[in-house]
Design a protein around this ligand. Structure first.
Ligand code: NAD
Length: 413
C-alpha cells in the first residue's frame, strides 16, 4: 500500500498548509511527527496449534484538542508509514469538523480473510492487551477501519473492561448497539459522504445523476445506499476482486445481499464485470473512491472522467493527481471533510457512553447532518475567500485550529 509514500504525502500536504498559514517553523515541525509510536509483537496460537507472531501498531499523532481517536486496520500489507499517515489525517479530520479529539490510528499486519473467527478473537484480545496502557476513554479511543468491524470492537471493549474490572464502553466506538454502540454509527461515514456529495453538487451547479463507488465495504456500501435513496443512479461498484457496471443502475441493497452470499460483488445478475482501474475512468458525475489510499495517481488521473471526486477512503488521491484533477476542473471533496461523518458519529457514541444517556437514531442522524453541513460550508467559504482548492481550505481550517490550541496550551519542556 506504499506506506512511506502515504506518510510523505501527508507531510507534504501539511507543509503546504503551514506555509500558507505562515506558521512558525517549530510548530510545523511539532505537527509533522506523531507524538507516540507503539509497535508490539502479538503471539497467537492458531487453530492448528502453531504459534504465529503478528506485528501491531498504534500511532498517536496529536492530542492537543482532545483524546487521540482513530481506527484499527487489519491488512496483510499494512506498514508503519501508512499508519503514521492515517493518524495524522485523523488529527486534521477531527479539527475540520471541530470535535474535541486528536488523531491516532492502529492496526495489525495480518490477513483476516485467512483467519478463523476464533483466531481473530484471540489475535484481537492479545493485541488489545499489548496496547492497554496507551488506550482508554480519556486517552485514546479506537474504532473500526478496513477489515475490522463492530465485533472486533466488542472484543477490544471486553478485554479492556476485564483488565479494569468494570464495563468501559467508551474505550472504543463503532461497537454493537447492544453494548453501547450508537444506532446510526455504522452507517455514519457513508451517510456523511452522501451529504457532502449532494451539497457539493448543488453548490457547484453540477447536474449529477450517475455515481461510481470503488470499494463496497462499510463506507462504499453506505455511501451508495444513501446516494441511491437521494435519487442518484449507482452505475458501478467494486471490491478487492473487481467491479460491476450497469447503465440502468444498481440497487446497493441487492448487491450487498449478493456479496454476503457469494463473497464478492462479482457475478451480480444483469451487471457487466469491469476492473477496478476501469471503474476509476468511467464517465460518471460523481466518483467515490472508498477502498484504500493512493488509487488515483499521476499515472491515471488523466483518465478520470467524473465531474467530481468525493473521497470516501483516506488518501485515495495523491498530491500529483490532485494537481491534474484541479487543472482539469474536476472538483475534489477531500477525505478529511468527506469521510468525517464516521468520527463525528464516533464522537456522539463516546458522548453517550460517558453520559450514560442514549439518543435515538433520529437525533443521531440530525446531529450528524448538522455537523457535516456546517463543516462543508466552512470549508467552501474558506476555499472561496482564499481562492484555494477544497483540500487546501480544509487543511487551513484544521491546521489553524490545532496550531491555535498548541499556542494557547504552550509547550511543556
Ligand atoms: P471495509 O473493510 O468495510 O471495506 C473495504 C472495501 O474495500 C471492501 O469492499 C474491499 O473488498 C475493498 N477493497 C480492498 N482492497 C481493494 C482494492 N485494491 N480495490 C478495490 N477495492 C478494494 O473498510 P471501510 O471501513 O469501508 O474503509 C474504507 C476506507 O474508508 C478506508 O480508507 C478507511 O480508512 C476509510 N474510512 C473508514 C471509516 C469507517 O468508519 N469505517 C471512516 C472514515 C474513513
Amino acid at each position: 500500500m506504499g506506506g512511506n509514500n502515504s506518510y510523505e504525502m501527508a507531510v507534504r500536504q501539511l507543509t503546504e498548509a503551514c506555509r500558507m498559514l505562515q506558521l512558525e517553523r517549530g510548530i510545523c515541525e511539532v505537527l509533522k511527527q506523531p507524538q507516540r509510536v507503539v509497535q508490539v509483537s502479538v503471539p497467537v496460537r492458531l487453530d492448528s496449534g502453531e504459534i504465529r507472531v503478528f506485528t501491531g501498531y498504534r500511532v498517536q499523532h496529536n492530542n492537543a484538542r482532545g483524546p487521540f481517536k482513530g481506527g484499527i486496520r487489519y491488512h496483510p500489507e499494512l506498514t508503519l508509514g501508512e499508519v503514521k499517515a492515517l493518524a495524522m489525517w485523523m488529527t486534521w479530520k477531527c479539527a475540520v469538523v471541530n470535535i474535541p479529539f486528536g488523531g491516532a490510528k492502529g492496526g495489525l499486519v495480518c490477513n483476516p480473510k485467512e483467519l478463523s473467527r476464533a483466531e481473530l478473537e484471540r489475535l484481537t484480545r492479545a493485541y488489545t492487551s499489548r496496547i492497554m496502557d496507551f488506550i482508554g476513554p480519556e486517552r485514546d479511543i479506537p474504532a473500526p477501519d478496513v477489515y475490522t468491524n463492530a465485533q472486533v470492537m466488542a472484543w477490544i471493549m471486553d478485554t479492556y473492561s476485564a483488565h479494569l474490572g468494570y464495563p468501559t464502553p467508551a474505550v472504543v466506538t463503532g461497537k454493537p448497539v447492544e453494548i453501547g454502540g450508537a444506532p446510526g454509527r455504522e452507517a455514519a461515514t457513508g451517510r456523511g459522504v452522501a451529504i457532502v456529495a449532494k451539497e457539493a453538487a448543488e453548490r457547484f451547479n453540477l447536474s449529477c445523476k450517475c455515481v461510481a463507488v470503488q470499494g463496497f465495504g462499510n463506507v462504499g456500501y453506505h455511501a451508495a445506499k444513501f446516494l441511491h435513496e437521494m435519487g442518484y443512479r449507482i452505475f458501478a461498484v467494486s471490491d478487492s476482486k473487481g467491479g460491476i457496471f450497469s447503465v440502468s443502475g444498481l440497487d446497493p441493497e441487492a448487491v450487498l445481499r449478493h456479496k454476503h452470499r457469494h463473497g464478492s460483488v462479482l457475478g451480480f445478475p444483469g451487471a457487466k464485470e469491469i476492473t477496478n482501474e476501469e471503474l476509476l475512468s468511467l464517465e460518471v458525475d460523481i466518483l467515490v473512491p472508498a477502498a484504500l489510499e493512493r488509487v488515483i495517481t499521476s499515472a491515471n488521473a488523466d483518465n478520470v472522467n467524473a465531474k467530481m471526486v468525493v473521497e470516501g477512503a483516506n488518501g485515495p488521491v495523491t498530491p500529483e493527481a490532485d494537481r491534474i484533477l484541479e487543472e482539469r476542473s474536476i472538483v475534489v471533496v477531500p477525505d478529511i471533510l468527506a469521510n468525517a461523518g464516521g468520527v463525528t458519529g464516533s464522537y456522539f457514541e463516546w458522548v453517550q457512553n460517558r453520559n450514560g444517556f442514549y439518543w435515538d437514531e433520529e437525533r443521531f442522524n440530525a446531529e450528524l447532518e448538522r455537523v457535516m453541513s456546517r463543516s462543508f460550508t466552512e470549508v467552501v467559504e474558506r476555499a472561496e475567500s482564499e481562492d484555494v482548492s477544497l483540500r487546501m481550505a480544509a487543511y487551513l481550517l484544521a491546521v489553524e485550529r490545532v496550531a491555535r490550541v498548541r499556542e494557547l496550551r504552550g509547550i511543556y519542556e
